[in-house]
Write a new protein. Structure first.
Length: 151
């Protein structure tokens, strides 16, 4: 695969649109638009084409995963609270057979017990937690560096 061949679908789940405003001690002060801008900049450097979507609706996330199954080479997702219980989202991700990278702004393992379990992690190639918005940059670098090995 050549350097401009990769396409990544980036998905943000419920309440991620409030990043920067909601619980800044946990999720950081940077708005999602700024995280997006940095991600697009990094994607340009890495030669990765991006499609980015934030939705508060499980079904919209699932539709988007299905619709992009032939376009994307990888999926980077912060499923928000759906992480902890959405079998439907997990099934959608495993159905399309694309490498998944799970990202969380906060360190879910250092928080309430109900956040310690992710139904998405077992079907993910890699998981990045607790690095704030920078976690998405790390995930993008992982896509660039690992994808040839996992696709
Ligand atoms: C989150 C962690 C989830 O437990 C929580 O429900 C979120 C955000 C994170 O990025 O740290 O909405 O995914």
């Amino acid at each position: 695969m050549v350097a401009t061949d990769l396409k990544a679908l980036v998905l943000y789940g419920p309440n991620l649109n409030l990043t920067g405003f909601r619980e800044p001690d946990l999720y950081g002060k940077k708005p999602l638009e700024d995280i997006d801008a940095e991600l697009r900049e990094e994607a340009e450097k890495l030669g990765i084409e991006l499609r980015i979507l934030q939705s508060n609706h499980e079904g919209v996330l699932i539709d988007t995963i299905q619709e992009n199954r032939k376009w994307a080479n990888a999926i980077i997702i912060n499923p928000g609270a759906l992480t902890h219980y959405s079998i439907a989202l997990r099934d959608a991700l495993s159905s399309v057979r694309l490498p998944v990278f799970e990202v969380h702004l906060s360190n879910i393992y250092a928080r309430e017990e109900f956040r310690h379990h992710s139904v998405i992690s077992p079907i993910s190639v890699g998981c990045i937690v607790g690095c704030g918005g920078y976690g998405f940059i790390l995930a993008l670098q992982a896509v660039r560096n690992l994808i040839a090995e996992v696709v």
